[in-house]
Design a protein around this ligand. Sequence first.
Ligand SMILES: [Zn+2]
Length: 136
Amino acid sequence: MTDTKTLCACGSGANYADCCEPFHAGSEKAATAEALMRSRYCAYVRGQIDYLVGTTLAAVRTTDLWVNYKSTADSIQWIGLEVMSASQGGAEDKTGKVEFKASYIQDGEQAIHHERSRFRRSAGNWYYVDGVIEET
Ligand SMILES: [Zn+2]
């Protein structure tokens, strides 16, 4: 499936095919923690649960992770992503932090998920480790 004319859900302003699709397809690796974070948000929007699980650090993957991601993805409609800040997370770093706000609608109510996420780079791939939820 090619989506050459669809704006990427991560809010980059680029077309999906030129943005997160190569990461989802496995043909490219996210070079930075922020790029991985954006691609994970985009995967959430698109219901690509395997990608969410696969980009979670193996050491923190719980057995019910797939089911948890799936039920969240099914019950929430993500409507926008704003990356507030990113520190480290570059090509030479081992760890990175990204703070973001993701807007969503659940049960007819609009809300914002504000999180400071931690990422780790292992064998050239960035992985999500965990996050602290901030009050909005
Ligand atoms: Zn994207």
